[in-house]
Design a protein around this ligand. Structure first.
Ligand code: S3P
Length: 166
C-alpha cells in the first residue's frame, strides 16, 4: 500500500507538527498537516470555519483533506486532533502506519491550557481536557498501530520512539 510513511494522531498540543517535521527531516521526506490543507481549501482559519459553519462542516472538510493526503502524500502526515471522531476518517486510516502521540491531562493543561487559537478549549481547560481525552482516547487507540507517550520526553526522543515502534 503506497501512501504516508508515518501518520501521527493525538490531541492538540501533543507535538504532532514538531515531531512530524523532525521525522520528515530524519527520513529525508516531506511533512504534511491536514489542518493546513483544510485552511488552504477553505480559505480561512480553522476557528473561523468552526464559528461560521460549525464543527460538523469542519469535520467534512477534514475528512476530504485526510482522504486526499492518504492518497497522495508519501511522507509524514499529521492529522488534526479531532479527526478520529469521524468514523469515515478512521476508516481511511485502516492498515496505515499510524502512531498515537499520547499525553496525560495534567500535561495537556500545562502545555496548552487556555489557548484561544484552539476553539475547543474556551472555558475550564482542565475539565474540558478530561472530557476530551475520555471521549477520544479509545479512538486514537483504535486507529493506531503504536502508542507513544510524550510526557517527560523531548520531541527528538518522541520521534525516535515512533521510528523504533513502527
Ligand atoms: C481540533 C484540533 C486542531 C484542529 C481543530 C480541532 C480538535 O488540530 O484540527 O482546532 O478537535 O482537537 P491540532 O491537533 O493540530 O491542534
Amino acid at each position: 500500500m503506497s501512501g504516508p510513511l508515518i501518520v501521527l494522531v493525538g490531541p492538540m498540543g501533543v507535538g504532532k507538527s514538531t515531531v512530524g517535521e523532525l521525522l520528515a527531516e530524519r527520513l529525508g521526506t516531506t511533512y504534511r498537516d491536514t489542518d493546513a490543507d483544510v485552511v488552504a481549501a477553505a480559505g480561512k482559519a480553522i476557528a473561523e470555519i468552526f464559528f461560521d459553519e460549525g464543527e460538523e462542516h469542519f469535520r467534512e472538510l477534514e475528512r476530504r483533506a485526510v482522504r486526499d493526503a492518504v492518497d497522495q502524500h508519501t511522507g509524514v502526515l499529521a492529522l488534526g486532533g479531532g479527526a478520529v471522531l469521524d468514523a469515515k476518517t478512521r476508516a481511511l486510516l485502516a492498515g496505515r502506519p499510524v502512531a498515537y502521540l499520547a499525553m496525560d491531562v495534567e500535561e495537556a493543561v500545562r502545555r496548552v491550557g487556555l489557548n484561544t487559537a484552539r476553539p475547543l478549549l474556551a472555558v475550564n481547560p482542565r475539565r474540558q481536557w478530561r472530557e476530551l481525552m475520555d471521549a477520544r482516547r479509545h479512538l486514537y487507540e483504535e486507529v493506531a498501530r503504536t502508542t507513544v507517550a510524550t510526557d517527560e520526553r523531548t520531541p527528538e526522543e518522541v520521534a525516535q520512539a515512533v521510528l523504533d515502534a513502527l
